[in-house]
Design a protein around this ligand. Structure first.
Ligand code: PMP
Length: 376
């Protein structure tokens, strides 16, 4: 099997798995327990938080461990639901369902939701500027899109919001970014981007599934769950110590090899683009993560094309494979990018990792070329 679905999930690294095992074997206590075992687990948890914060260049107090990016996004978006004073929320039209699904819910509850278009994958600053109003409470725009890989100028978009705030009695607007597909793949700096919060998931960068993080500097965020005082009350529930230790290891590895991996994956991406020029490319040529390459077939619907590739031993995805009805949702994302319904319907997402080899890429290019000749 040749695996090209790394934007859906990656395989856990040996060192991350080892970190998981060591942490769960060694720290048997619950970090909330007051005895020795509990205190040791708590100290380990805090040390891990500080180490990850150091790698991200943020304050440890701003990091909350969650079950993944879905929960991190949910904490931020659902925080609005507890507020009595309703207002406006601005989302990009290319958000992952763990953000975009709040659109319907918030509307039902009386919020005004503005969805920004993202022609060819990019939210336009002018569109954001026009959408902002004295009612705006939150803006959520992702960093790297999971369907095409387009990288938003989040720093520039935050700037638009801050300029608006300054002209409106410094009314605070919360800026959230879903950075799930960015962590460990492209360099970014949360502090200099100026976002208030960001969501991450460990399994996209060779960590385990079911663990992630919320970066948040806004003290007004209300927790999604009710329960204990873990994670400063923002995420009650016994901490996934093994998962957190493994995520730390995965981030460490990804950060120390980031440039090298980026170069290698970029060269495979270029190779695939060069070899597959007969197919329309939906991933933008610039400001795009090399880890994602989305193409479209002129005639074959994506479920047919992906099935033909599965039959030849290749794992690719038809758009985003994050949920059962993902196809419909990734088509929504692609239509927000102003691609024709035909291009969207026939899209296939090839997503790479540091473990993808030249051999894999050659085999994929050859197979797609043959399939294209057969089904042209
Ligand atoms: N946001 C983006 C951009 C994603 O790609 C994903 C993973 N499909 C998520 C959020 C959700 O991550 P998880 O399933 O780990 O909660």
């Amino acid at each position: 099997i040749r695996y090209f679905d790394n934007a859906a999930t990656t395989s856990i690294s040996a060192a991350a798995l080892d970190a998981y095992t060591k942490a769960v074997e060694h720290y048997r206590g619950n970090p909330s327990s007051l005895h020795q075992e509990g205190r040791e687990a708590k100290a380990f948890l805090q040390q891990t938080r500080e180490d990850i914060a150091g790698l991200l260049g943020v304050d440890a107090a701003a990091l909350t461990f969650t079950s993944g990016a879905t929960e991190a996004n949910a904490i931020i978006l659902s925080s609005l639901i507890w507020k009595e004073r309703k207002g406006q929320v601005i989302l990009s039209g290319i958000e992952h369902p763990s953000v975009s699904e709040y659109s319907r819910l918030l509307k039902q509850l009386g919020w005004k939701v503005t969805v920004l278009p993202a022609p060819r994958g990019f939210v336009q600053k002018e569109d954001l500027q026009r959408a902002l109003s004295s009612e705006t409470r939150m803006v959520s725009i992702m960093l790297v899109n999971n369907v095409t890989g387009s990288i938003q100028d989040v720093g520039g978009l935050v700037e638009v919001v801050r300029t608006f705030e300054a002209g409106h009695n410094n009314r605070k607007i919360h800026f959230h970014t879903d950075a799930t597909q960015a962590l460990g793949k492209i360099r970014f700096d949360l502090k200099s981007m100026g976002v208030d919060s960001a969501a991450f998931s460990a399994h996209k960068l060779h960590g385990p599934r079911g663990v992630g993080m919320l970066y948040n500097t806004n003290a007004g965020i209300e927790s999604l769950s009710r329960g204990g005082a873990q994670e400063q009350g923002l995420r009650p529930g016994t901490e996934n110590l093994g998962g957190i230790a493994a995520m730390h290891q995965a981030i460490k590895e990804a950060f120390s090899n980031l440039e090298e991996n980026f170069e290698q994956v970029s060269s495979l991406n270029r190779y695939l683009r060069d070899r597959l020029t007969f197919l329309p490319v939906l991933s933008p040529p610039e400001n795009c993560s090399p880890y994602i390459l989305t193409l479209s077939h002129p005639t074959l619907p994506s479920e047919v094309f992906t099935r033909l590739l599965f039959d030849q031993g290749f794992c690719v995805s038809s758009g985003s494979a994050c949920s059962n009805n993902a196809k419909q949702k990734s088509q929504g994302v692609l239509s927000a990018m102003a691609f024709s319904p035909q291009l969207a319907k026939n899209s296939i997402r090839i997503s790479l990792s540091k473990d993808t080899t030249e051999h894999d890429a050659e085999a994929l290019a050859l197979t797609i070329t043959h399939l294209n000749l057969e089904h042209a």
